[in-house]
Design a protein around this ligand. Structure first.
Ligand code: HEM
Length: 553
């Protein structure tokens, strides 16, 4: 537009110069003509801007028909930005849906949806992720599962790993139960025992983050090559590691140095695993050491060259490191936050703790520290059938999703139609667990923590029967009410980009809870501020939860 105006001025000058009668340079008439041209250009520019940024988005764009979360949303992206700055983005979008229904415009080029049709179109339909996800690249921009844009590259990598994170594989994995026994029984429980004896409080927020990262690292690298920051005596390393993680996640000052140190730490674990594999040391345990296979590392090391065609060893190691550091972070943050909230909820309800203990006591496997049966090959399968435990974990994830924020995508070429509204190509479309999980018609009294809802079948109030553990794999169950609850459950995302670690996360959380609550009662000593942060991640604002532990008789 600006260049067009200059062209007009230039043309007029050429005309003047080619013999037309024109006011002489420096004369008043000459300057008057120039000013008139400039005014004309400015007016044209203004009209264009008003049309482009006011009239078109507000009245003509297909998005204009969608209700605005705020009157300015069609023109400026300021409303959303302000909600983010104020730390109330999720709550504000939720309120907008309550007022306007299943679809709202939250910015000139962004809409939020809250419906199953939205889930089906956006996630199951495979809309692309936005640029925002690129920040999860590691090692100077090396991609991984989270950041791959191209669908083909993404699905090759996902297929490479999916089997080793599938529920059926994990339930039968000797590596998983062996490494869990090592970490929980030899590192975590002895510290909790001491805490109970000494009447010392434990910050389970810190403990949850550390033990989750440690379990994930052990599955990736083998327990002997992974992390060791949970046991008593490692408090200094643990706090240093968690401090670095916090700096990285919150992009605080010095985050570059923190990122470097964390990447180096992960790279060292890769190198240690590589050396062990080269020397075939894995299967030679000494008397007091336990060794497990580096399940994920070995798979990536074999499959990246074979299926992605990358043979340069340094490059392969970089790709592996970029992939696994993300998984450790995902486990640390998401499982850490979830464990904190489950234990907070259980500590408020002694009755629920004892019901859970009764369910665990009915199993053949025992989680008692004094039992010979502790963690056998049946343990994981048995644990998976505990319906109350499952309900407690699911209800915690519903009420306190660790990643409650909008899962943003871009509308595809050719556009789409959602909830009857046309959405052109390139619009940011999102749904969020925060809003989906608060739907009163699916989750009555949605603001209350009610594990029972995951155990009920549809019927009258007096006809609420309990169902045994359903087959998670099949998705749909015989129970229409449970199917409905699951469809609205967005905690792990849905579709092709859904969380690859969901089964691992659920199983590890159940193992942790079974081990802790079989042996201890917990009570709150200092809960700080347990309100969830309103953002992409939703840890407790106070970043702590100090619980007391007492031995179960
Ligand atoms: C309670 C625990 C967890 C929660 C709530 C969670 C949540 C999520 C969500 C919501 C997404 C999808 C985001 C989107 O659609 O844009 C996701 C993706 C992902 N998660 Fe998790 N996660 C958890 C644990 C884990 C663990 C333990 C791992 C370790 C393997 C993991 C690895 C990943 C990866 C690699 C992706 C990207 C998948 C893809 O793009 O195909 N997550 N997670």
């Amino acid at each position: 537009m600006i260049s067009h105006c200059f062209f007009v001025v230039h043309l007029r000058e050429r005309l003047h110069g080619s013999g037309h009668v024109s006011p002489g340079r420096g004369s008043n008439a000459y300057y008057g003509a120039r000013v008139a041209h400039l005014i004309l250009c400015a007016a044209t520019l203004l009209v264009y801007c008003v049309y482009r940024w006011l009239i078109y988005p507000t009245f003509i764009s297909p998005l204009a028909k969608i209700p605005n979360a705020h009157p300015t949303c069609s023109i400026f992206p300021v409303w959303l930005w302000l909600q983010q700055r104020r730390g109330c983005e999720n709550a504000s979008i939720y309120r907008a849906h309550e007022i306007h229904g299943p679809i709202v415009r939250v910015g000139p080029n962004e809409v939020s949806v809250n419906s199953l049709e939205g889930v089906r179109k956006v996630y199951i339909g495979g809309f692309q992720r936005t640029e925002w996800f690129q920040q999860f690249r590691n090692y100077d921009g090396t991609s991984n599962l989270v950041t791959f844009f191209d669908g083909k590259t993404h699905s090759i990598r996902k297929r490479m790993l999916a089997h080793f994170y599938s529920k059926s594989y994990l339930l039968g994995s000797e590596d998983l139960w062996t490494l869990s026994r090592e970490i929980l029984c030899k590192r975590l429980l002895p510290d909790l025992n001491d805490a109970a004896d000494e009447r010392r409080g434990i910050d389970v927020y810190e403990m949850g983050f550390a033990v989750s990262a440690e379990l994930m690292a052990a599955y990736i690298f083998g327990v002997q090559n992974g992390m060791d920051t949970t046991r008593k005596g490692t408090e200094k390393q643990r706090r240093h590691y968690l401090e670095l993680s916090k700096i990285k996640m919150n992009r605080l000052k010095n985050s570059k140095n923190a990122v470097k140190e964390l990447e180096l730490h992960c790279f060292e674990m890769c190198q240690k695993t590589e050396q062990a594999l080269e020397q075939e040391l894995e299967k030679k345990p000494t008397l007091d050491s336990v060794i497990t296979n580096p399940v994920i590392y070995t798979q990536l090391r074999a499959s990246i060259p074979a299926t992605e065609g990358i043979t340069n060893e340094v490059e392969v190691r970089r790709l592996i490191a970029s992939e696994v550091i993300d998984s450790i972070e995902a486990a640390r943050e998401n499982c850490g936050i979830t464990l904190t909230y489950v234990m907070w909820q259980l500590s408020k309800r002694v009755d629920l703790q004892s019901q859970l203990r009764d369910e665990l006591a009915s199993l053949q496997s025992s989680f008692s520290q004094h039992s010979e049966q502790l963690f056998t090959s049946h343990t994981l399968q048995e644990l998976d059938r505990c319906s109350l435990l499952d309900a407690i974990v699911k209800e915690t994830l519903r009420c306190h999703p660790p990643a409650p924020g909008s899962q943003r995508r871009l509308s595809p070429k050719g556009g789409t139609v959602i909830e009857g509204y046309e959405i052109p190509f390139g619009v940011i479309v999102s749904l969020s667990p925060y809003t989906m999980h608060r739907n009163e018609s699916v989750y009555p009294n949605a603001h209350d923590f009610k594990p029972e809802r995951w155990l009920q079948v549809r019927g009258t109030a007096d006809d609420q029967r309990y169902v045994d553990g359903e087959d998670e794999k099949s998705g749909d169950t015989q129970n229409p009410l449970q199917n409905e609850l699951r469809k609205w459950f967005l905690v792990f995302g849905q579709g092709g980009r859904m969380c690859i670690g969901s089964n691992f996360a659920l199983l590890v959380l159940k193992l942790l809870l079974a081990s802790i609550y079989t042996n201890f009662d917990t009570y709150i000593i200092d809960e700080g501020n347990t309100q969830q942060k309103d953002g992409i991640m939703g840890g407790p604002i106070g970043e702590k939860l100090v619980l007391g532990f007492t031995h179960v008789r």
